[in-house]
Each structure stands twice: as C-alpha cells, then as structure tokens.
Design a protein around this ligand. Structure first.
Ligand code: FAD
Length: 429
C-alpha cells in the first residue's frame, strides 16, 4: 500500500488529507500543536473555503461576524465586518474533522526529512522515523524555506494579548506612520493587539512589551475599543509576516501547499483562504502524479502556475491597499510596500485582441488533464468553462468568422451569458 504522509495539521494539510481520503487513498498526518495562541480575523471567503474543504468543525469555530472599524489614510472611520477565529480552538476542531474522517494524526515534531526519488524518511520527536512514498509539506511558515523565489519586504507582527471583562466582540485596523495595527476583543474579554512593522525597525526583544504598551497609549482607536488594561505591557508573541513564494511547489513525489508554498502579507486578511486554495486543488494534482505519471509535468505545471498566480494577485492587492495610505510616502515601511512586487495592474483591462485559445492544464474531475482554454489579458491561466459552457469552441468559431453559427447552437440563457462575457472582453459586434 502506498504511504502518503502530510506534514502539518493546519487548514492546508487537513484539506489535502480530507481530499485524498475522499479519493480512496490511505493518508496519515504528522503534526505538533501550534506553539502560540492567536486570534485572526477571517472573511466570508475563508468560511466558504472551509466549507468546501469539508472542515465543518473548524468552520463552526468562527464567531459570528462582528463590526470592524477601519482607519486608513485619515479618511474617516469606515466600518465593515469580519469573523474572529481563535486559532487554538480552530486547530483542535481541525483534528476533530480529521478524526471523524478516520484520518490518523501522529502527534510529533518533524525534525528532518531525507528525500530521494524512491521516497522520504521523516525523522520525528518523539517516535521512530516514518517512511513515505509521497509527501505533502504543509508545515506553514515553519516549513524549511531555503530562500524562496520571491520575498517581500521583511516584516514582523507583534501580537499582544491580555484579559478584560466580557463584552461585545469587535475589531479594528489602523495605519500608523511606520506600519499598521490590527486589534480585536472577543466576547469572553480576551483582547488582542497586533502591530506589523518593518523587521529592520524594531527595538530589542526585552523592550518590546513596554514599546507596544506605549504604541497602544498613542492610539485613539485602542482607547475606544479597550479598557485601561490595554495601556499595560502584555504577553507578546512575534510572528514573521513577510510575503514569501517558495521556489518550487512540487517534485515528482512531493507537493507543497498552504503557507509552505506561499505565504501572503496578513494585511489581506485572506491567509487562510489562500492556504486553502492551493490545498483544495492538491488532491487532483497528487492523484494525477500517482495514477498518470506520464502527465507529471502537466500536473506540476498546473499546481505551480496556480500558486504563483494566486501569490501575485494577493501581493498586488496588498500593494494597492498600502498605496491608499499617503500620509507617510517617504517612510521606508510605506515606500517599500507601495511598490512591491511590481507595477503591474491587479486586473488587466479588457483587450479583445489578446483573447486567444491555448492548450493548458485544467482540473477535470479528480485529475489534471490538458484542454483548450481561452486566455485573456486578465486570465493568463485560461478559462475552460463559463458556468458549464466550453469557451474555446466559441472563440475559435469567432476567429473563423463563424461566431453567429456557434452562438446559435446555444439555448437563449447561455447564449446571453456568453454574449455578455464577449462584450466584457472588449468584443464589439
Ligand atoms: P499553518 O496554519 O501554519 O499550519 C501548520 C501546522 O504545521 C501547524 O499545526 C503547526 O503546528 C505544524 N507544524 C509546524 N512545524 C512543524 C514541525 N516541525 N513538526 C510538526 N508539525 C509542525 N489569515 C487569515 O485568514 N486572517 C488573519 O487575520 C490572519 N492573520 C495573520 C497574522 C499574522 C501575523 C500571520 C503571520 C498570518 C496571519 N494569517 C491570517 C495567515 C494564516 O495564519 C495562515 O495563512 C494559515 O494558517 C496557513 O495555513 P497552513 O495550513 O498553510 O499553515
């Protein structure tokens, strides 16, 4: 029997394990518990991703959406919503989802992995070394990195935690001259304040609690959200939050998913969503590598291109959000992040001249295969189906001057949808 082992029981590792189990593979997870407590704010996209992954207990941990105040570029206060997620409870619920699916989780720390073309030897503490034919690296930012293909400005987040009386849950985010702060209070009175700064810009470690307390005392938003306890030094945990794209997302007998493949700036509030995105496609990629080794290049190209595409989309979204803050243009924190990773637009404008048909890897059921897709300026990876309708035959028909005939084969509603899509791409009849 093939031994498939996933390293790390975060959302990404768990989503891959559940997906592989559904495809009938025996899969084991090795993970230690997270070494710190944290609360994160999650968007509806994260909740949808958890549901799609079948992580129902984990999904149930997210609190109902609560108001989030946003103070950015001195533009007055805007209010939106986010759900607060207690990461310790979330991790426990993920294990519950795995247990229910009958997936074994080995509690151990991975010390080292020795890999060859024939398999992997995983050294654990405690425990005997474990052998694997196929390995999924999902240890998040703790996965060995050895550089990375693309790395954003070095960034550190200092998470402070203290206790107040129970009350209404709420969160807030504000820009500061040298970074930004996110803060939240849970219904049970646990309070969190996290400042994100340039890693070059920090006081020494022993001064950090006092430093953070002073920064809180300067914030009107902190005074609005918290009681006087917020002005005292609090328990503190530092987390690297540099955006990192790992140089390779797969090999012939291994795959990286989640933060181990690419980790984004926490400003997006979508880290769990992006970690799930690469994990949800992974079972089909692994299934193809194992069942159709002749398609290995195609499957790996699929995984790599999606990971890179997603990373750049999030990096550019972050860049544009940093650029909205214009009060401190010369401060290195804002200057460096406003221009990274490049100057390319987040969404390329429609250009019908660029719409073309290409062969590209796509997910078809539980496998990766090659199909004709439509590539546009904004969708360089290509679109295979538009709500169930294959687009390539329609664009090919257009190129042959037979668009009217191709559209005539569709029912009225799909025809209108395709016509709408063509117009949105810049097509003018
Ligand atoms: P992880 O969740 O990190 O899971 C990795 C697992 O591997 C853990 O269980 C860990 O214990 C285990 N592990 C690690 N090393 C070993 C080892 N050697 N041996 C055994 N097991 C090991 N995302 C949001 O959606 N909203 C937010 O508000 C948000 N805020 C963030 C703030 C900061 C400062 C940072 C750094 C990130 C934030 N994120 C946020 C991102 C989010 O935390 C991650 O994107 C997400 O947890 C990644 O999931 P993962 O499964 O890839 O890795």
């Amino acid at each position: 029997m093939l031994e498939i082992v996933v390293l790390g029981a975060g959302p990404a590792g768990a989503a891959v394990a559940l997906g592989l189990k559904r495809l009938g593979y025996a899969v084991r997870l090795v993970s230690e518990w997270r070494r710190f407590t944290a609360v994160e704010g999650v968007s509806q996209r994260v909740l949808d991703g958890l549901r799609q992954a079948g992580l129902h207990h984990a999904l149930a941990c997210a609190a109902a959406p609560s108001p989030r105040r946003v103070l950015w570029n001195d533009d007055g206060q805007s209010i939106n919503q986010e759900s607060l997620l207690d990461r310790s409870r979330f991790d426990t619920a993920i294990r519950e989802d795995l247990r229910e699916a009958g997936i074994e989780v080995l509690e151990a720390r991975v010390l080292k992995v020795e890999s060859t073309d024939d398999g992997h030897l995983i050294h654990l503490e405690p425990g005997e070394p474990l052998r694997a034919d196929f390995l999924i690296e999902a240890r998040g930012r703790s996965a060995p990195l050895a550089g990375g293909r693309l790395r954003g400005p070095e960034t550190l987040s200092l998470l402070n935690q203290w206790q107040e009386a129970p009350g209404q849950p709420a969160s807030a985010v504000e820009s500061l001259p040298d970074g930004w702060a996110w803060m939240a209070r849970l219904a049970d009175g646990r309070c969190y304040w996290q400042i994100t700064l340039d890693a070059r810009d920090l006081p020494s470690k022993d001064q950090l609690p006092e430093y953070c307390a002073r920064r809180r005392s300067e914030s009107a938003l902190v005074r609005e959200l918290f009681g006087p306890e917020a002005l005292q030094p609090a328990s503190l945990h530092a987390r690297s939050s540099t955006a990192i794209l790992f140089h390779e997302a797969s090999g012939p007998n291994w795959l990286r998913v989640g933060d181990a493949a690419m980790a984004v700036d926490p400003l997006s509030g979508n880290g769990i969503f992006q970690s799930l995105s690469s994990a949800l496609q992974a079972p089909a990629v692994i299934n193809t590598l194992l069942q159709h080794p002749e398609r290995a290049d195609l499957a790996r190209r699929f995984h790599q291109s999606r990971v890179e595409h997603l990373f750049l989309r999030f990096a550019r979204t972050g860049r544009d959000f940093y650029a909205l803050e214009q009060r401190w243009p010369d401060h290195p924190f804002w200057r460096d992040r406003r221009t990274w990773p490049d100057a390319e637009r987040l969404h390329a404008p429609a250009d019908f001249a660029q719409v073309r048909v290409e062969r590209a890897p796509v997910i078809h059921g539980d496998l990766i295969e090659e199909a004709e897709v439509v590539v546009t300026a904004d969708q360089p990876l290509g679109i295979w189906h538009l709500q169930g309708i294959e687009l390539a035959p329609i664009v090919s028909a257009f190129k042959r001057g037979e668009l009217t005939q191709a559209l005539a084969t569709l029912q009225e509603q799909p025809r209108r949808m395709v016509q709408g899509w063509l117009l949105a791409q810049g097509y003018r009849p």
